[in-house]
Design a protein around this ligand. Structure first.
Ligand code: HEC
Length: 81
């Protein structure tokens, strides 16, 4: 019984983590508009690798972005038209 409860609780935590995950677009507007406008990024064309290195540089400027968020934002920015 105790084991079942543990499994249930763990699966609830995992599920809520998945649902709490924000899209790259949401994260971009949250994390990337504090120091300069979103237009600065939206007007640039870079591939995913270039965006990742740009985001790394932003972290050096003081942006707080996790590696998971870096992936999502780079994915969004390289995929936009
Ligand atoms: C802590 C402040 C800060 C945050 C937050 C920030 N930036 Fe910047 N950004 C800067 C500064 C300072 C510059 C100019 C110096 C430079 O280019 O490194 C810049 C320049 C840029 C440029 C123009 C230069 C280039 O490489 O094309 C882009 C694009 C950019 N940022 C994208 C982003 C993205 C995407 C995010 C979110 C992941 C972000 N920034 C978050 C400070 C910030």
């Amino acid at each position: 019984m105790k084991k079942l409860a543990t499994v249930l609780i763990l699966s609830m935590i995992v599920t809520s983590a998945v649902y709490a995950a924000e899209s790259g677009e949401d994260l971009f507007y949250k994390r990337c508009t504090a120091c300069h406008s979103s237009a600065l990024s939206m007007g640039k064309k870079k591939d995913e690798i270039m965006w990742k290195s740009t985001i790394k540089r932003m972290k050096k400027h003081g942006a707080s972005i996790s590696s998971q968020e870096t992936e999502a934002i780079a994915d969004f920015l390289s995929g936009k038209k």
